[in-house]
Design a protein around this ligand. Structure first.
Ligand SMILES: Cc1cc2nc3c(=O)[nH]c(=O)nc-3n(C[C@H](O)[C@H](O)[C@H](O)COP(=O)(O)O)c2cc1C
Length: 366
């Protein structure tokens, strides 16, 4: 494999990356009571030493009483958790890496299997954790205003701590995505509506507040997915025109980079073209994009949670699309979770040393 093109630098505002490989955000639940430990710092620092271009942290939650359903998911608020993140970014920088936190509010969730519950009921646009199933409250106007403020504060802290960028988690059926999706957003006020642009109002207000807090020069990424955990085949935007009406206002509101989550990066987004989601998002907005989904692995990540193992696979199709200019950056999840040296192995063509992925890797923080 000739992977040289992935090893060219990338520069945008506060981001100065040595290569095009991004560590995808991956929840690890190794932060007791929301505080990232030294083990978490060591885990990320190994990826920085392993020459990952940009590390995106696991989703880390904002200061709302029910932003998380899991006691061990890191907070991005409060003195102790922010000190933990300071330790993470200092170590990552010392190892020559770049990093941004993925800022998250889960919205209405299933209860966690541990039995732990947050102090307040889950909150979301309409109290639904999936279509037709209620497990929380519909947010009031003041809940929405406070949540937007909390997103802004988290972004402000990210910049203060010295992170290189932030990513807003707007994908995978969590809070922001619950607003996007007509099946979980049944509101009849200004945050709901029949069209995707109407249901994007919450996201746009979050983006604008974050931009206000971090200024113009700090790189802002948003992660989006058409698919939902409750419906893998869902398309929020069914046509390129609908995608344009969804993404362009976000670009205007301050998004610099669209991180386009697919389960398999090679799947075309719309009929009549082989462009994937990141390809369309770049074509439509003119902004840089990140692709993701089963890069270098035979199987996809949700099946991995059920125990399916994956073997290493060729990067040829990825490189074909990258070299054609479809996207600017490539996010890699499970390969980097299992192996901090994955990037170096790819660069040096040490394909015989690539590990694949087994479910057991989820239980370790190596
Ligand atoms: C253990 C695990 C945790 C994940 N947690 C998150 C998360 O916190 N935020 C997010 O946006 N995606 C999350 N994802 C999805 C990944 O970022 C990525 O999109 C997915 O794993 C596909 O990439 P891969 O095929 O290279 O693993 C997670 C995936 C895994 C395997």
């Amino acid at each position: 494999m000739k992977t040289d093109s992935l090893f060219s630098p990338f520069q945008l505002k506060s981001l100065n990356l040595k290569n095009r490989i991004v560590m995808a955000p991956m929840t690890r639940s190794f932060s007791p009571d929301g505080v990232p430990t030294d083990d978490v710092a060591v885990y990320y620092t190994k990826r920085a030493a392993g020459e990952v271009g940009l590390i995106l942290s696991e989703g880390t939650v904002i200061d709302r009483p029910a932003s998380s359903n899991d006691r061990n998911i890191p907070h991005f608020y409060g003195e102790k958790a922010l000190a933990g993140w300071q330790n993470v970014i200092n170590n990552v920088h010392s190892a020559g890496g770049s990093m941004g936190p993925q800022i998250w509010h889960m919205g209405v969730m299933d209860n966690h299997y541990s039995g732990w519950l947050p102090d307040a009921p889950f909150e979301g646009p309409s109290g639904l954790n999936r279509p037709g199933s209620e497990n929380g409250q519909a947010m009031t106007d003041s809940d929405i205003a406070d949540t937007i403020t909390a997103f802004g504060k988290a972004a402000y802290h990210a910049k203060q701590l010295g992170f290189d960028c932030i990513e807003i988690h707007g994908a995978h059926g969590y809070l922001i995505d619950q607003f996007f999706w007509e099946k979980t957003n049944l509101r009849s006020d200004v945050y709901g509506g029949r069209s995707l642009p109407e249901r994007s109002r919450f996201a746009l207000e979050v983006i604008k507040e974050i931009r206000r807090q971090v200024g113009d020069d700090f790189a802002l990424i948003i992660r989006l997915s058409q698919w939902k955990p409750a419906d893998y085949n869902n398309k929020l935007a069914q046509t390129p025109q609908e995608m344009e009406a969804w993404l362009n206002p976000m670009a205007e509101a301050g998004v610099d980079i669209f991180h386009c989550s697919q389960r398999r990066f090679w799947e075309p987004e719309f009929e009549g073209s082989d462009l994937n989601f990141a390809g369309w998002a770049k074509k439509i907005t003119g902004k840089p994009t990140i692709t993701v989904g089963s890069v270098g692995l035979t199987g996809e990540f949700l099946a991995a949670f059920q125990g399916e193992s994956s073997q290493p696979s060729s990067l040829d199709e990825l490189l074909r699309r990258f070299d054609r200019g479809d996207f600017d950056l490539v996010a890699v999840g499970r390969p980097l979770l299992a192996d901090p040296e994955w990037v170096q192995k790819i660069r040096d063509n040490r394909t015989g040393e690539l590990k694949g992925f087994r479910k057991e890797a989820l239980a370790e923080l190596i």
